[in-house]
Design a protein around this ligand. Sequence first.
Ligand code: LUZ
Ligand code: MOS
Length: 745
Amino acid sequence: MYIGKDVPHDSARGHVTGQSMYIDDLPPMPGELLVDFIWSPLAHARIRGIDFGDALALPGVVALYTHRDLAHNALGPILHDEPLLVEEVCTFRGQPIVVIAAESRQAIAAAKQAIRIDYEELKPILTIEDAIAAQSFIGDTRYIRRGDVETALAAAEHVIDGIFRSAGQDHFYLESQAAIVYPGEHGSLTVHSSTQHPTEVQEVIAHLLGIDMSQVVVNTKRMGGAFGGKEAQASHPAAMAALVARTTRRAARIVYDKDSDMHVTGKRHPFQNRYRVGFSRGGEITALKVDLYSDGGAYADLSPAVMARAMTHAENAYFIPHIEIRGTVCRTNLPPNTAFRGFGGPQGVSNIENILEEIAAFLKKDALDVRRANCYGVDTRNTTPYEQVVENNTLPRLFTELEERCDYRARMSAVRTFNDSSPTQLKGLSMTAVKFGISFNTKFLNQANALVNVYLDGSVQVSTGATEMGQGVNTKIRQLVADTLGVALERVVVMQTSTEKNNNTSATAASSAADLNGGAAVDACKRIRARLDAIASKHGPSLPFEALVKLAYQERVSLGERGFYATPRLDWDWTSGRGTPFLYFTMGTACAEVLIDRFTGELKVLRADVLMDIGRPINPGVDRGQLVGAFIQGLGWVTTEELRYTDAGELLSHSPTTYKIPNINDLPPEFHLDWIEHDNPVNVAGSKAVGEPPLLMAISVWCAVKHALGFVSNGEIAKLRLPASNEEILSRLMEYSRKGAAAIG
Ligand code: LUZ
Ligand code: MOS
């Protein structure tokens, strides 16, 4: 048996030796063209005219394209509202206008110099506040409501209200957006794309070029990271290269450089949330009204689905009897914001965790006690605002076990003592939770198919729609296939993802690729195994797999199968805001302790403890990697990663020199990650999805900073933006010391 074992990642060797192939490692084809594009330098502008000058006559410049060269000019995963190439009005800085195909980088640079675009600058909307003022929204405001929130707020013993802001985040995948397209016979195209969603790339190319999807094959061997950034926005470069390949009949390659990638692609959605919460003296929340606004950027992209996940995570791990959640996506003149690991979950969860810190500060209670008082129960107080029952609830257990394991009470009193005595430093400690719903919140996406081929020598190829972005989905599928077929792991190969083998696939997203594609692969393997078992019962049950395969072939029994999986039970209705959008929840608790320099605002995370319920891991080593990586990525979001823009909407922090992702020195020196033994009977091999949920565990670090600031905020509830950057912390410290001095003076 391989399930449950630390089987090495199937690319581990390739990654460390540099042999793993990424898009730009594919050797150039004779005649291959490089593809690039001119993008809008302005956030909002009307194009008065484009003058190509002598660009086409320059040596090495082969072709130039505008929107007129496309059969259709509309894409987008939900609304199809986004042009690939600007027609008249540029709606964000970075929006592609002219596609350039050339034989060298120098020729592309020369063409960019030669082409003149005349812009009439228009006034942009660059913030959520401005969008609200201008009533600039994408789609309608949506609601999830339970109980009678107004009456419950009026009757509450205490009420707090406020505004909580969380900022965006760049995906910072190491491999930028990239694609290569090879022209085939009769106008067909073979595409290699660094995408989480080969089917969407196929669909977008077919639509924009006016050809059948059957004429386009999209292959994805692997990505050098994606984090949601290649769920919807890998289509743009692939479509540009496809346009070039189809019209020139030459291979076409596009690879964004890092700075361009950061300028032109969308990011995690910034949110601004207004809340009003009613609670008892004991800290129990009786009513919550929360109004979520996200910055969707210029087009819908995945924003409505991201908002839906924020809304279904707005109560997180806590039972709230009377609640109204409103969600509105703002339209601004920024690149369309998109999927990013957590997909609205972090924005919804950080909001309620902030509220819980505030209730504790208001009541002068321990925040863990307040959280425990509100935590979902096992048999009672266990329905979400959208009326899904929280089954198999391990949250109370996770809270109790982590409190003991990390010695919470003793450390909390040590933090108080420290803060009373240290004139130079400040500590904070906080324990937060996560309950992350697993399934796409768009029901039809929760399906997958798999192709399993058994060859005459007993070796096996498996193909699914799952794409490998480093997360180890291929390794998990390999383990599932080996165990279900009863064959040695070494004999199973997971093939590159291709729309030729698996049609109409969903994005590798929502943490659910192993659930869905693993489920489909197991389905196929079970049917092959049943046929082999029938042969074994005739010929003797002790025959090895290889011998059974030979007999099956001689008896003309099929040795291939296509499997299918559709997540059961799901049922979700936006008009009522009720239903069962998730098959189950991945859960966890985390506790972080921080140290702050009172004079510089410098932040250090001293210790972090994470305890999760991730079911029975198919591959504990791979899952541990996901826990560590997601926590660190979340740490970046809540502390150091700052997207800075000019007043004109120009991104200033567009490279590693100005955009600070965590590095090895930012790791907590004491860092404990673990999970509890707990079966998840509704999912493949008893496992749970693990890709996104641990990112939200880093919210504990942010809450610990907020807790620390409460020691110097002169009795007020400390306010804090997310990220709690050193600068943000310093601003708060200065504000509180000014106010403190004024109060004394
Ligand atoms: N993508 C999507 C996602 O289309 N729907 C989702 O619910 C989702 N959740 C997380 C990440 N990507
Ligand atoms: Mo995603 S945020 O592409 O699971």
